[in-house]
Design a protein around this ligand. Sequence first.
Ligand code: ZN
Length: 160
Amino acid sequence: MKISPNHVVTINYTLKDNDDNIIDQSNDSTFCYLHGASNIIPGLESALTGKSSGDEVSVSIAPEEGYGIRDESKIQAVPREAFPADATIEPGMQFHAEGPEGQSVVVTIATVADDIVTVDGNHPLAGVTLNFEVTIADIREASAEELEHGHVHGPHGHHH
Ligand code: ZN
């Protein structure tokens, strides 16, 4: 069986940036996704298309095919008083905020200076080249219900 849309794929992977830092890792065959449903970043999905169980894939993914390029307009200065007075605000902390179209976005505190907090609405991996070492652990056909929902069910998938 080869990886193609409407299949559930289990992978083990190590993700590193260009400085060899490990960003993320899954080695216990618990990461699975529905191929062709945009469950994973586009660059990784296309690199895995056509692969078989047991195959090893090394791929370097540019930000445009990963979490996007950084958008400096998503960096904003916010008055400290916009945050709860008793909240500790430190660089690196992440908050859920409402985006311009009412969507939920994650913002990261960039800097805190006196009464001004600088928040960064870019994805933490925006602008980062993603170097994946992937081993395909399992491939199976998706169920009709999984296809309808657009995600994987079962022990390592969604629970309803
Ligand atoms: Zn579901």
